[in-house]
Design a protein around this ligand. Structure first.
Ligand SMILES: [Zn+2]
Length: 351
């Protein structure tokens, strides 16, 4: 068996390097990688290098953490899996010892070893990889490995929706219909919410949002989002119970403040790369602003939602690239024109 991995040698440049097939430790599985989703963080890492630069200048930088495939071999103490099983993984392995792990909030564990970032920068864009059994899940009947690879970003949406308290009867607005915004949308739908408005500036994404369960869409380029939603016909003086910021822009974060109802909640899901000035006087009626980070115990429910057909990740896939074309895949993802056509890109490493 031969193995290789796509290594980011400098920003914007991958090199596929030979690498020995890793040996699974006692509690690990060895997986043959089939599909790897391209996350916004991978695309950002490809363009600019890692968010947190490695301490060691010779550190190998791998990318990719949304991954599914087939078990090839298991360590001596593995009990849940055997060779031939189709699996997906949770890419962050927390330390299991800190106060956050002990209080059930392992997603904010400061000692987490998360793929494609510090301290190990281990990427999923490889043919074979090992992973702890504890953070590996079976792909159920009726789910493909391509869908399996997208459980991870879907779980980001699920965590935000659960934390936000999305449920039937609540008015919801999602600002931004990129991959994460559309994941949040479907998570809200799968939790029973119906009154959901999605806002974006790209028509193709809005069409997809409608198909995936949005009751209403607004093109923010053509219409004044706040004026439309605050009109008498819609939410008027009351405002919106739950607003998700999923665009990662100062403008949309400020819109969230203008839209939220008294006692309502703003969920910050997008990564804000700049500080956002907020007029707290506008939200002094007990509004909650909460950030959401990755996911915590959300994989089982996300797997069930996808397997049962209530959460449609496959229709979000706009681009599938072969592993040998990984360089082109990421070049297209940062191309000013092509990136607007891409909702979710996936790299097919093996069938
Ligand atoms: Zn911890």
């Amino acid at each position: 068996m031969k193995n290789s991995e796509a290594i980011l040698v400098t920003p914007k440049h991958f090199e596929i390097q030979e690498y020995p097939v890793p040996e699974p430790k006692e509690h690990e599985i060895l997986m043959k990688v089939e599909y790897v989703g391209m996350c916004g963080s991978d695309i950002h890492g490809f363009e600019f290098g890692p968010f947190i630069p490695p301490k060691d200048p010779n550190q190998k930088i791998g990318l990719g953490h949304e991954v599914a495939g087939e078990v090839i071999k298991v360590g001596a103490k593995v009990t849940k899996f055997k060779a031939g099983d189709k699996v997906l993984i949770e890419p962050g392995v927390p330390d299991d010892t800190c106060e956050y792990c002990r209080t059930g909030r392992y997603n904010i564990c400061p000692g987490v070893d998360f793929m494609a970032t510090q301290p190990n920068y281990k990427g999923a864009l490889t043919q074979y990889m090992t992973h702890p059994e504890e953070w590996t899940y079976h792909i159920p009947e009726g789910m493909t490995t391509l869908e399996g690879a997208l459980v991870e970003p879907a779980a980001v949406g699920m965590h935000a929706a659960v934390l936000g308290g999305a449920t039937v009867g609540k008015s919801i607005v999602i600002l931004g219909a990129g991959a994460i915004g559309l994941m949040v949308l479907q998570a809200c739908v799968s939790l029973g919410a119906k009154d959901i408005t999605v806002v974006d500036v790209i028509e193709k994404r809005l069409e997809l949002a409608k198909k995936l369960g949005a009751a209403r869409v607004i093109n923010g380029k053509e219409q004044d989002t706040v004026a439309v939603l605050r009109s008498e016909e819609l939410y008027g003086d009351h405002g919106i119970d739950l607003v998700f910021e999923a665009a990662g822009a100062v403008f949309t974060a400020q819109q969230a403040v203008q839209l939220v109802a008294r006692g309502g909640k703003i969920m910050m899901v997008g990564t804000q790369s700049k500080p956002v000035p907020i007029d707290f006087l506008k939200i002094n009626r007990e509004v909650t602003i909460q950030t959401s980070f990755r996911y915590c115990n959300n994989f089982p429910q996300t797997i069930e939602a996808i397997a049962s057909g209530r959460f449609n990740v496959k229709d979000m896939v706009t681009n599938v690239y072969d592993y040998k074309d990984v360089q082109m895949a990421f070049e297209e993802a940062i191309d000013p024109v092509k990136k607007t056509e891409m909702v979710k890109g996936v790299v097919k490493v093996a069938d």
